[in-house]
Design a protein around this ligand. Structure first.
Ligand code: NAP
Ligand code: L37
Length: 289
């Protein structure tokens, strides 16, 4: 049996059209959602993601401001920039593209972003609210993953979800969201001794490691839903995921491709959070008036 391919690009397109209509309506009521994206240094992958984020904003009618800073910027200067963006009336969402250069503390920078403008959902207040199931900005990639799983028609409740990777950006938060959806969740990482023994138990397998083709057909149970978060450049500048797509698609029931799977959803959820931030501010202003 060959798996159904989850077309993240198409799902993202559909949701972005809904967002575009919502932005049109907001603009008519006098508010244009605005996003600031801060990019430090010259990392080619980050540059391409930031470009894609700005383009997606433009297509949705969201005001976007990309602020590029040299690798040489000090932590103090970056914190000052964030303070200015916190106070900027045109900006509802602030995203600092990670990773940052080693001399800058990512924690300090994330904590400097006002939680109400933290559309990445990385501020400890948003992370804490996510964990207790309170209202918050959900981190973009994990939120996109849940949306993709739901759109396959798979019910998450009661399933065994296995997540490979435990980063703060993907592995940990997606594990929490799957738990909130009533999955039984296992989280694997580099110290997991027999990875295959765990991943073969998965009804839903989410892989976020960053190692090309590390998950083969022998890691996957027949009929599993497989979400490949990895984005790896291999020889000839080809883009591949963490999952051997050609092999695993013969075993899984659903699988996301790379490119065209999770990536486009990450950007879509960012747009969604930015619109939420603008709506929230408008509500606050109405209450104050
Ligand atoms: P990360 O911070 O490098 O974390 C990688 C995780 O994988 C770590 O938890 C690590 O374990 C674990 N790991 C490493 N080797 C392993 C092994 N052999 N077996 C099991 N686990 C292993 O990466 P990340 O930021 O989560 O990103 C992961 C991948 O997703 C990257 O390719 C990245 O480019 C991609 N990504 C894609 C999107 C998207 O929108 N498509 C968004 C974000 C990231 P330890 O904790 O023990 O070190
Ligand atoms: N929100 N996301 C947020 N904040 C960060 O600090 N680092 C980071 C982050 N990660 C991120 O932006 N990842 C990401 C990865 C892939 C895409 C977008 C964002 C993406 O669009 N991928 C396309 C292919 C892109 C390409 O051709 O290079 C895809 O189809 O997968």
């Amino acid at each position: 049996m060959s798996a159904k391919i989850i077309d993240g690009k198409q799902v993202a397109k559909d949701i972005r059209e809904e967002i575009r209509l919502e932005v049109e309506q907001l603009k008519r009521s006098g508010v244009q959602p605005g996003l600031a994206v801060v990019l430090v240094g010259e990392d080619p992958a980050s540059q391409s993601y930031v470009k894609a984020k700005a383009k997606a904003c433009e297509e949705a009618g969201i005001y976007s401001r990309v602020i590029r800073k040299s690798e040489a910027i000090t932590e103090q200067e970056l914190l000052k920039l964030i303070q200015e963006l916190n106070e900027d009336e045109l900006i509802h969402g602030i995203l600092v593209q990670l990773p940052l250069p080693k001399h800058i503390s990512e924690d300090a920078v994330i904590q400097a972003i006002h939680p109400e403008k933290d559309v990445d959902g990385f501020h400890p207040i948003n992370v804490g609210n996510m964990v207790i199931g309170a209202p918050c900005y959900l981190p973009c990639t994990p939120h996109g993953i849940i949306e993709l799983i739901k759109r396959t028609g798979t019910s998450i409740s009661g399933k065994h979800a296995v997540v490979v990777g435990r980063s703060n950006i993907v592995g940990k938060p997606v594990s929490m969201l799957l738990l909130q959806e009533n999955a039984t969740v296992s989280v694997c990482h580099s110290r997991t001794p027999d990875l295959g023994a765990i991943t073969r138990q998965a009804d839903i397998l989410v892989v976020a490691v960053g190692k090309a083709n590390m998950i083969g057909a022998d890691h996957v149970a027949p009929g599993a839903v497989v979400i490949d978060v990895g984005v790896n450049r291999v020889e000839g500048n080809k883009l591949v995921g963490d999952v051997c797509f050609d092999e695993v698609k013969e075993v899984a029931s659903f699988i996301t491709p790379v490119p065209g799977g999770v990536g486009p959803m990450t950007i879509t959820m960012l747009l969604k959070n930015t619109v939420e931030a603008a709506k929230l501010k408008r509500i606050q202003e109405k209450q104050e008036a």
